[in-house]
Design a protein around this ligand. Structure first.
Ligand code: CAA
Length: 283
């Protein structure tokens, strides 16, 4: 099956990024969210990112307008998915919400459409279990920031067909990403390792280390592109906490999120998206 029309459900940072890179690669894209305000925010975020990439010669200037014109924005889920060959879900990290959405997608989309989840930690088989369409369901886990990160995890659920897998691989290659296959367990490869790293950094801050020292140490001593406190601010503390909770549920207590991570989430110190995390982004 060849993908032409891609629908993305959820217009947050991840969904917007996926819409952007799909449109730049020439796909017809529909980006759906529940209200026009969220869609307006997504549109200006995509424009900002495209213009930045064009200014750095990473895309041609003509691609800015062409990509924006290639994305339809809608609040209507049925309209978004009716013609889609591939639907990518990037909604809130919550199993019940995702399962409810997949039930709807099963009835609203064409029977031959592939339904993908961008979950960072929830097993794909668990999301697919509420549908009768497991062979068409797959995990496509993009990394933040989507336009800049080369790697994408691809995860087969228990019933995912070879055809679904190969079609998703071809889509990822066409958008310029390098797919890496990960086994379908909580956290896959990337969140399993990074969430633990970020959770440990939170613990070390509570023990008296300064966030800037942890970040500098990991950049200069371990060659990481950004330190774990900066990374937590980028991905969002609630995403790391959810990943840890999912892994604790499936693998045991050693993955329990540190109480300080939970407290930071409750206090709204999520990072860039709320303007405050370990660092202040409100200026
Ligand atoms: N679109 C366009 N430009 C963007 C952008 C976007 N979406 N996001 C950031 N930029 C821009 C910045 O605004 C900045 O621009 P200026 O140069 O004008 O200030 C520039 O990119 C920064 O790029 P640099 O090349 O100067 O910086 P860098 O070399 O540090 O690269 C990075 C940035 C690629 C993000 C790098 O720091 C990196 O690889 N960090 C690690 C990110 C990571 O680990 N991501 C995975 C997180 S885990 C995840 O996402 C999964 C999950 O589910 C939790």
């Amino acid at each position: 099956m060849e993908i032409k029309n891609v629908a993305i459900i959820g217009s947050g940072i991840m969904g917007s990024g996926v819409a952007q890179v799909s449109a730049v690669a020439g796909y017809n894209v529909v980006l759906q969210d529940i209200n026009d305000q969220a869609l307006e925010r997504a549109k200006s975020g995509i424009k900002f990112s495209l213009e930045k990439l064009a200014a750095k010669d990473k895309i041609a200037p003509a691609q800015v307008d062409a990509a924006l014109a290639g994305i339809k924005f809608t609040a209507d889920l049925g309209q978004a998915v009716e013609n889609a060959d591939l639907v990518i879900e990037a909604v809130f990290e919550n199993l019940e919400i995702k399962q409810e959405l997949f039930k709807k997608l099963e009835t609203l989309s064409r029977p031959d459409a592939i339904l993908a989840s961008n979950t960072s930690a929830l097993p794909i088989t668990e999301i697919a279990s509420v549908t009768g369409r497991g062979e068409k369901i797959i995990g496509i886990h993009f990394m933040n920031p989507v336009p800049l990160m080369k790697g994408v995890e691809i995860i087969r659920g228990q019933l995912t067909s070879d055809d679904t897998f190969e079609t998703a691989m071809a889509y990822l290659r066409k958008i310029g990403k390098e797919p890496i296959e990960a086994v379908d367990y909580a956290g896959f490869i990337v969140s399993r390792l990074l969430d633990v790293l970020m959770n440990e950094a939170v613990k070390m801050v509570q023990e008296g280390n300064r966030p800037e020292d942890i970040d500098t140490a990991m950049k200069l001593c371990a060659g990481h592109p950004m330190g774990p406190c900066q990374l937590l601010d980028l991905v969002g503390a609630e995403i790391a906490m959810h990943g840890m909770e999912t892994m604790a549920r499936d693998f045991g207590g050693q993955y329990k999120p540190h109480p300080m991570l939970r407290k930071r989430v409750l206090a709204g110190l999520l990072g860039k998206k709320t303007g405050r995390g370990f660092y202040d982004y409100r200026k």
